[in-house]
Design a protein around this ligand. Structure first.
Ligand SMILES: Cc1cc2nc3c(=O)[nH]c(=O)nc-3n(C[C@H](O)[C@H](O)[C@H](O)COP(=O)(O)OP(=O)(O)OC[C@H]3O[C@@H](n4cnc5c(N)ncnc54)[C@H](O)[C@@H]3O)c2cc1C
Length: 232
């Protein structure tokens, strides 16, 4: 189904990531973790891309969050102003969570966080009893999207643990470093074999997470994935 939505605001999340918030059109419902096809421009100049919804259905707006690449679709999103209108189709996707599992583990890198932010916020708003661990990898500490919000959610939800790792730490970084690997999973998610895994991000990142999970014998039916094609 095609919807039209009005821009409410843009939020700079990191140096190269922005969120765009829209009014939620009447009749549009979605599950946490789903994506939409969003279009900018018109006629021959229309460009359409998949974007995961970073808001939760419990919030009174619709939000997408985009890594800025300097290419036309990104640039069109940057130039959106309050009151501008956009068309989108959706929702789509099965990378969803609404409390079906008691314990989940989420592995993500960079912009792959968007559907997981939706899931985490949904679980918190609905006060579900889900035990959630997110292992989130970024290049620099300044690249961690939703950092402050995640810290606030963790402070009030003892069943939410978020571990950030950075691969190129600055001098003030005191957290863990390096890419997600099997030792990191075993250390920070000791009950990993009891959890359903949610992995999301660009193709290479998801492929390497799948390899790691195979190495630690997580069966494929215990893994849900969302692959952000388009960055290859
Ligand atoms: C299910 C799904 C969900 C997704 N969710 C999100 C999301 O929440 N947030 C998000 O940011 N993305 C998401 N994506 C990816 C998104 O759809 C886009 O593919 C991606 O953002 C790149 O689009 P772009 O217009 O910025 O860049 P594009 O112009 O499509 O370029 C993509 C890459 O191709 C290369 N490239 C393109 N043109 C050139 C050129 N002329 N010269 C050299 N290199 C070039 C660049 O390396 C660039 O980084 C999702 C994808 C899928 C499939």
């Amino acid at each position: 189904m095609v919807f039209e939505a009005e821009v409410r605001e843009s939020i700079q999340r990191t140096g190269d990531v922005i969120s765009i918030r829209f009014t939620k059109p009447a009749g549009f419902d979605y599950r946490p973790g789903q994506f939409i096809f969003i279009s900018v421009g018109s006629g021959d100049h229309e460009i359409t891309k998949h974007l995961s919804i970073s808001s939760s259905p419990t919030e009174g707006f619709l939000e997408v969050t985009k890594r800025l690449t300097g290419h036309p679709f990104s640039n069109a999103l940057i130039s959106l102003k309050e009151g501008d209108k956009l068309r989108f189709k959706g929702p789509f996707g099965k990378f969803t969570f609404q409390g079906e599992h008691e314990k989940i583990a989420m592995l993500s890198g960079g912009i792959g966080i968007t559907p997981l932010r939706s899931v985490i916020k949904y679980v918190d708003d609905k006060m579900l009893d889900t035990d959630m661990i997110l292992l989130y990898s970024n290049r620099h500490e300044n690249d961690i999207a939703f950092k402050k919000e995640f810290e606030e959610l963790m402070a009030k939800n003892l069943k939410l643990r978020i571990i950030n790792t950075v691969t190129m730490p600055g001098p003030s970084w005191s957290g863990i470093t390096g890419r997600i690997n099997t030792d990191m999973i075993k250390k920070h998610i000791p009950d990993y074999s009891d959890r359903v895994f949610y992995i999301s991000g660009p193709t290479k990142m998801v492929d390497s997470m799948l390899t790691l999970l195979t190495e630690i014998s997580i069966p494929i039916n215990q893994i849900k994935k969302e692959i952000f094609t388009g960055y290859d």
